[in-house]
Design a binder for this molecule. Structure first.
Ligand code: RFL
Length: 402
């Protein structure tokens, strides 16, 4: 099949890019490894930054989102038995987060593509991206081959596109944190009023709003932990213990969906371009979920790439596309820096998730917790620390690279 832009992967990055290009009159084909239903029901992220929502609105991609997404602008920190309220939207000049599950955004975008007569080819894993430095790079799948002017790899960190980069570029720079997060969707009797972050000697915990009756729960666990070691009772007990300072603000958990362990690692490729292959979203960088940056960065990559490709194809202007790698690396590193800083604030170095035992009376550990409490106080009190954090958290224009 001959097309102008071949896209590997129907996640937020590939789909936003696909819709934007099609609307500009550029021919696009998307191949996706999974069946349609699996793509439309995969629950992952949920916090959209203000600028991403504004972008989706401006391009007519936010029809259902405008009606259903819930605005959030506050997170509370729990530390040493205290609850500190942080109204970050107020501190970031009114920029908010919007809670809208990733799978709903994906559904909206898939339906838009279907309406344009360009449904992704579902259940069609690409096995390789070849000839990326030639005139006609190709995406090879079991039942079809896309012959393209440009290929965009939007197939996540474990996809095939990154493998088409030179060896010294594709692994980029990465780090593995010493602990992981257990993540589980919890059914709740009422919505979580805001994001709750707990710093605790038994380990970090968070509760994040998703829908009226669903919340995502995160618990710090040892690195490479097997989620099977976390039956429902253990999750319930640790959540209760670590989030205790939320008091009556915590909804009652009525049921759990299956738990998963998230390997906490971050990485950025050295360059998200090789010849006529461009990478966008998780294919170019992965972040831990701390700070909720991944999906936002994926959409921002797609928006930038769409604009650059339109200028190249329609105006013959190669300059924006040439600057794509540098712009995206800058923004990816800015997000990594924020996410890493928050992660370090929220984790105590010697946290011990042992069940049943009282919290350790270790003075060094208490000292660390006391330092965190002071850092959080500095964030929530008026002043530049909290303002800078608020802009970074919500991804306001003031925080983005120039
Ligand atoms: P995706 O969404 O992973 O989509 C890639 C698509 O490519 C397909 N694919 C292939 N298709 C064809 N051929 C192949 N060989 C292929 N290999 C793979 C895959 O099936 C898939 O459909 O990448 P994209 O578009 O870059 O989007 C990135 C986001 O999905 C990701 O960054 C976020 O989900 C991260 N994340 C969060 N981000 C936020 O901004 N806010 C959050 O609150 C947030 N919470 C989260 C998260 C990620 C999580 N998990 C499970 C990793 C919470 C969790 C639990």
């Amino acid at each position: 099949l001959r097309t102008q832009v071949g896209i590997v992967g129907a996640g937020p990055a590939g789909l936003v890019l696909g819709v934007m290009l099609l609307r500009a009159g550029i021919d696009v084909r998307i191949v996706e490894r999974l069946p349609r239903e699996a793509v439309l029901t995969r629950a992952r992220a949920g916090l959209l930054e203000d600028r991403v929502v504004r972008f989706l609105h401006e391009h007519g991609l936010a029809g259902r989102l405008a009606k259903e997404a819930v605005r959030h602008g506050r997170c509370d920190f729990l530390c040493l038995g205290r609850r500190l309220r942080f109204d970050y939207a107020e501190r970031a000049g009114g920029a908010h987060h919007w809670v809208y599950p990733q799978q709903e955004l994906v559904r909206d975008l898939v339906e838009l593509l279907e309406a344009e007569g360009r449904a992704p080819y579902f259940g069609q894993p690409a096995s390789a991206v070849v000839d990326t430095t030639g005139r006609r790079p190709r995406v090879e799948c079991a039942d079809l081959v896309l012959e393209c002017d440009v290929v965009v790899g939007a197939d996540g960190w474990h996809g095939v596109s990154r493998r088409a980069l030179p060896a010294d570029v594709r692994d980029g720079v990465w780090q593995r944190y010493p602990h992981d997060w257990l993540t589980v969707l919890a059914e709740v009797d009422r919505p979580v009023e805001c994001v709750l972050y707990a710093i605790h000697e038994r380990g970090f915990a968070a509760m994040v709003p998703r829908t009226e009756h669903l919340a995502r729960l995160y618990l710090q666990v040892p690195g490479d932990e097997d989620p099977a070691r976390w039956p429902e009772e253990r999750i319930r007990e640790q959540a209760r213990l670590r989030l205790a300072a939320a008091g009556s603000g915590l909804p009652r958990i009525t049921a759990f969906r299956p738990a998963d362990a998230l390997r906490m690692r971050s990485a950025v490729v050295s360059a998200p371009r090789h010849g006529r292959l461009f990478l966008a979203g998780d294919a170019a960088h992965i972040l831990t979920p701390c700070g909720a940056k991944g999906m936002n960065l994926a959409v921002a990559d797609a928006a930038d790439l769409a604009d650059s490709l339109v200028r190249q194809f329609l105006d013959g202007d190669p300059v924006p596309l040439a600057g794509y790698p540098e712009r995206r690396l800058h923004e990816a590193w800015r997000a990594q820096e924020f996410s890493d800083g928050l992660l370090r604030l929220l984790h105590l170095p010697h946290a011990d998730p042992a069940d049943g035992r009282p919290a350790p009376a270790d003075p060094a550990s208490r000292f660390e917790a006391q330092l965190r409490l002071e850092r959080i106080r500095r964030l929530v009190e008026p002043g530049p620390a909290g303002t800078a954090f608020a802009h970074g958290y919500v991804g306001s224009p003031a925080w983005l690279p120039a």
